[in-house]
Ligand binder design. Sequence first.
Ligand code: UN1
Length: 500
Amino acid sequence: MSQFDSVVTKLIPNLAEFQGNDLTVTTPIDGSTLATLRFNTPEEIEAIIAKSQAAFHAWREVPAPRRGELVRLLGNKLREYKEDLSQLVTLECGKIIEEGRGEVQEMIDICDFAVGLSRQLYGLTIQSERPNHTMQENWLPLGPVGIISAFNFPVAVWSWNAALAFVCGDSTIWKPSEKTPLTAIAVQNILNEVLKDFPEAPEGLSQIFIGDAKGGNQMVEDHRIPLISATGSTRMGSIVGPKVAARFGRSLLELGGNNAIIVTPSADLAVAIPSILFGSVGTAGQRCTTTRRVFVHESIIDKVFETLKSAYLQIGSSKVGNPLESSTLVGPVIDQEAFDNMQSAIERIKPHAQEIVGGLQLLADSGGYYAHPCLVRLSDHPEVIHTETFAPLTYLIPYSDLADAMTMHNSVPQGLSSAIMTTDVREAEFFKRHSDCGIANVNIGTSGAEIGGAFGGEKETGGGRESGSDSWKFYMRRQTSTTYFGQDRPALAQGITFDV
Ligand code: UN1
């Protein structure tokens, strides 16, 4: 692909350093090979971890606002490379170019956020019960942060972690998805351009390694890495979480979702329908925030279904295709496995379905796996839809009572994102109180969150929070400090006397 050659020349002039025979990187657009890479050896990963620890010791001494300056420069460099990096994202993971740009914009946004944060990172002063004492809560740099990222947001998720880690005084080690290592190498190169003119930044402040689960495991089990931030499947999180806990490390898990939108009788359908569509078919259904279930009040479900059906038919006839073309709304799914999983989920739901729209393979001779997004109308909420299928597959379910809809909504094991479409303030507030997810939106779909809010979810989604609000606290350690500045014999807390 000539487009690939030109972005690689710009972003990865050092590709030869990474070449080998362990990993074939293909583009989901037509299945062609982009590169063959080698895995880093256990000895190399060991050296990377040791170097990261040394880098941390130097970086934590740099004042936080100065650390923020590095992130400011990174944000500017990303602005310069936005178009090239967006194209590489699209080539490697198949999301449409508009969403590739959105992803790089998310990186820029979190850099801006982190720069401001670098002059905050506020602790507390606490009132002491004893005379002439001050109490403080201090936030201190934590250590090397291990980042495991998924193919669907191959670069933004790294930046959510790295931008915060850098201002917090931490070093980072990144293991990208085996499906998207090239974008990771490109991002490291972009950062290197900034680092070379930033003398306070130690060598090894940000490193990547290419590996499979074995390499990831080596990082996960290493006690020198106090925080592992892992984004991916619930299965992966269920392996990583206990391993990190066993060595008393901290993990920040951002795992699967089974996100739903509730559409009430008062909903403004001009708001609801586009939100359901973007949430369901955007990114070819491969966001962790993708809308997978839509609960519609029985009085309007026919209308909602018919409107969505005609949109799905239109998408299938002209909007699925090459993600580099600006008219495309739905690109390929990542690989054959993803496509097969979608097909098996459709087979499993067939006995329960009233009607199925889409779901078939499109552009079968393209070399990629393009699916007609699938909308399934159900009459209830069967157990089979409790599992997440990472594909454009959405279930429409009727409800008669909002409390029942809420119960169905919360009955799945995941708890990432949720939304209600309503113009009734009572319904909206009821929903916010009762949704068990980390994200609960009103008249906004489940996907496409801004970086300013804490991002993550409950239950099998893992409990982590990344990006905005006070997620930075994951990347620092908290210290409580009491100082006595009097001259008398110091008083003990709780009024204890201990006179010798
Ligand atoms: C993910 O799918 O892992 O809210 C992240 C969203 C994006 C991030 C998705 N801002 O959909």
